[in-house]
Design a protein around this ligand. Structure first.
Ligand code: ATP
Ligand code: MG
Length: 424
């Protein structure tokens, strides 16, 4: 019987695991710099954490892995995104009472969505995201965008674009919703079945439809900016001005409505404009949410902002631009054991190397000299330590610098000093 990985999932191993670790490390470093702390929430939550009343998104309506265990009436869902669990925890743990708001959190880990797998679209994928909770200020909107942009730049990505829009406050968005309903009413029959649902639940999302996208009447739909009240306009203008002050390039895209229903005011995406990215070119997306914290039982009027990036998509974007984040590093030393009698002696030397912080390995296959030398080359070791029964008897080792090919014989007690000098 053959065993196969489920569709839309992936194994990460060998070389690739180093790019993943380098990416994770970089993300953590930036969070440290920006004073965001890590939060780890459960991989599954009660279904109602994600499935909120009347949510129109595909993610909630079609893509969730929801299950109930035998003899239980509790419905649980594998998390499809990170914001809901984070906000649930923020409220449940009364983080809103922190004297220093906003509370700034980041998370990293697998998300689960039952989607049609294709390049850049998986059923288990990893997101890294931040949430800045408990403060509403254009400065925190801009901080979160600067953080996103700086991370992607530091990874070396050049073909990226920041797209920005505002969905305004509740009053502006309600006015816009009504305008969209009026506008789309005559076309209702022509809209796809999802858009018919969106028309009822959240007509803004019709603008985001991948099926109806190119229809002529889509192009002439009302624009959010004509429905913004003064306050919402002012908020957005400040965000734009701050981005300009900090020299962050952006484009305003007034068709950008974002995938989740809870957004208000600033929404943004960062897309890769590299031609080999294909349809899945959005690498990062986020926005402000005015009503989510109170939805979970937190204080009324407390706002948050956050974004998430798809880690697989970032790695694809890096690949598209020919950027290698990290390769498997070579060994400091490879211990060659050339006589089975000396294996324990070699093993002791290996352990001594590691105890002193040298990245080292040895031959466990008792291969011949040639075979072991090939292994040294594959391991990209800087030094080969050759051990046979002669070395064992005299308590010495022969040590060869692979680059210079210079070989010396030294006493066992001198190995660490010798390497310390070489690696100085
Ligand atoms: P899309 O329009 O591509 O479906 P989305 O609006 O569903 O994206 P979000 O929920 O905003 O995406 O998630 C943020 C980021 O997570 C996306 O920009 C993308 O990089 C990544 N992402 C989302 N869904 C997937 C998936 N199925 N596979 C891989 N990455 C994904
Ligand atoms: Mg999606």
């Amino acid at each position: 019987m053959a065993y196969q990985i489920p569709r839309g999932t992936a194994d990460v191993f060998q070389e690739k695991s180093y790019s993943w670790q380098a990416l994770e490390e970089r993300l953590r470093q930036f969070c440290y710099l920006y004073n965001y702390d890590e939060i780890r929430t459960p991989i599954f939550e009660h279904t109602n954490v994600f499935k909120r009343e009347n949510d129109s998104s595909d993610m909630v309506n079609k893509e969730m892995y929801t299950f109930t265990l035998p003899n239980s009436s509790t419905s649980l869902t594998l998390r499809p995104e990170g914001t809901a669990g984070t906000v649930r925890s923020f409220v449940e743990n009364k983080m809103y009472a922190n004297p220093d708001l906003p509370v700034k959190l980041y998370y990293m880990g697998p998300m689960f969505r039952h989607e049609r797998p294709q390049k850049g679209r998986m059923r288990i994928f990893n997101q890294f995201g931040i949430e800045c909770l408990g403060n509403k200020s254009p400065y925190t909107d801009v901080e979160s965008i600067v953080l996103a942009f700086s991370i992607l730049k530091s990874l070396g990505l050049k073909d990226i674009k920041v797209c920005l829009n505002t969905l305004g406050d509740d009053a502006s968005r309600n006015a816009y919703r009504e305008a969209l309903k009026d506008y789309f009413k005559p076309y209702l029959e022509d809209l796809c079945s999802d858009c018919k649902r969106r028309y009822q639940q959240n007509p803004l999302r019709i603008l985001d439809c991948k099926v109806d996208h190119d229809k002529e009447y889509m192009k002439h739909a009302p624009s959010m900016k004509d429905y913004l009240n003064e306050e919402s306009k002012k908020y957005f203008d400040t965000v734009c001005q701050l981005l300009e002050t900090l020299d962050i390039p952006y484009e305003v895209d007034d068709r950008l409505v974002r995938g989740l229903d809870y957004y208000s005011h600033t929404v943004f995406e960062i897309v890769s404009v590299n031609s080999s990215m294909g349809a899945q070119s959005t690498v990062l997306a986020g926005g402000r949410y005015d009503n989510l914290i109170s939805y979970f039982g937190g204080p009324e009027g407390m706002s948050g902002i956050g974004w998430a990036l798809g880690m697989e998509r970032i790695l694809l974007a890096l690949e598209a631009e020919g950027i290698v984040l990290e390769e498997k590093p070579g060994l400091d030393a490879y211990v060659m054991c050339l006589d089975s009698q000396a294996q324990t002696y070699a093993f002791e030397i290996l352990t001594q190397l590691r105890a002193n912080g040298f990245r080292a390995d040895m031959d466990y296959l008792q291969r011949g000299f040639k075979g072991q030398f090939k292994a040294v080359a594959r391991s990209k070791a800087k030094f080969a330590i050759l051990i046979g029964s002669n070395e064992m008897d005299s308590q010495e080792v022969s040590i060869k610098n692979i680059e210079t090919q210079v070989q010396t014989t030294i006493s066992r007690n001198e190995i660490i000093d010798f390497l310390d000098k070489e690696f100085d």
